[in-house]
Design a protein around this ligand. Structure first.
Ligand code: LER
Ligand code: MN
Length: 271
């Protein structure tokens, strides 16, 4: 397994990103500390000069593990569940742009809350779920055509009211035959939603594409009360060899979170 550091040019308040408000310091620190890669959280995808950023990362020997479009932080109004086809189209276009950027970096696209929330009314919910499935199939096909893997994230109930658990992600992938999509499991969300984090990892199994690795309080790994060595053992048990991306709060300060999070995670990976 490899370790990645979350960084963002944006400054979303309260977001679990270790270095925010500019990429330069995060890139320098990731390289200096010895991270294997960086994870980019970028809301305004169209503002990124991909060639310049690629050159900057290359100079620091840092690949990009994953890119997220920051939709969860942005006050965006579009979603795949929306009744208005124009709004759904906006959501699709945004994810296409996201996949295009991922292709330029040869990396994975994190897809989360773009599906939107669904109604409590059963019939409305059925229609919305069908729309979501249809658009998931479309973005999966678009990703496949561009050589990009989608990492579909199970996110907790306080951020979205559907697709909260690993088993729902597996069903989404299998029922829709999504061939370019895997699952993104995040310790913070699993700690809220899953009966057992280790069983959730086993449920994701071969579909697991990416892990967001923070502690119970969403601080850096080792700063809370999750049994992270056991989580690492379970990841190893299912044959996971991808990234542990430290998507964590920049607390007590970004430098400490980046340094201690890496030290602790490396220690567990070495045992
Ligand atoms: C949101 O809580 C989250 O976990 C992120 O991965 C979304 O970008
Ligand atoms: Mn996450």
């Amino acid at each position: 397994m490899k370790i990645s550091l979350s960084i963002s040019p944006d400054n979303p308040r309260g977001a679990p990103i270790i270095f925010k408000n500019g990429l330069a310091h995060g890139i320098t620190q990731a390289a200096a500390l010895g991270y294997d890669a960086v994870e980019l959280h970028i809301h305004d995808l169209w503002t990124i000069d991909a060639d310049a950023l690629r050159a900057q990362l290359h100079a620091h020997h840092l690949p990009v593990s994953s890119i997220g479009p920051g939709l969860v932080y942005g006050g965006d109004t579009f979603s795949f569940a929306d009744a208005d086809a124009r709004v759904r189209q906006q959501a699709l276009e945004r994810i296409h742009l996201h996949i295009d950027l991922c292709q330029k970096f040869g990396t994975m696209a994190m897809v989360g809350v773009v599906h939107g929330n669904v109604s409590h009314d059963a019939e409305t919910r059925r229609i919305q779920m069908a729309r979501i499935a249809e658009h998931m199939r479309e973005i999966d096909a678009y990703a496949g055509a561009h050589g990009v893997t989608l990492a579909l994230e199970a996110i907790n109930r306080y951020e979205t009211n559907c697709f909260n658990r690993a088993e729902e992600m597996v069903a989404l992938i299998q029922e829709n035959d999504l061939r370019s999509s895997g699952i993104l499991l995040d310790n913070f969300h699993m700690n809220i939603e899953e009966v057992s984090i280790q069983d959730a990892i086993r449920t994701a199994g071969k579909h697991l594409a990416l892990v967001h690795f923070s502690d119970s309080n969403r601080w850096y790994p080792g700063a809370g009360h999750l049994d992270l060595p056991a989580i690492v053992r379970t990841l190893r048990e299912i044959g996971y060899a991808g990234y542990l991306a430290l998507e964590a709060l920049p607390l007590p300060d970004p430098d400490t979170a980046a340094r201690k999070g890496l030290e602790n995670t490396r220690r567990w990976l070495a045992t």
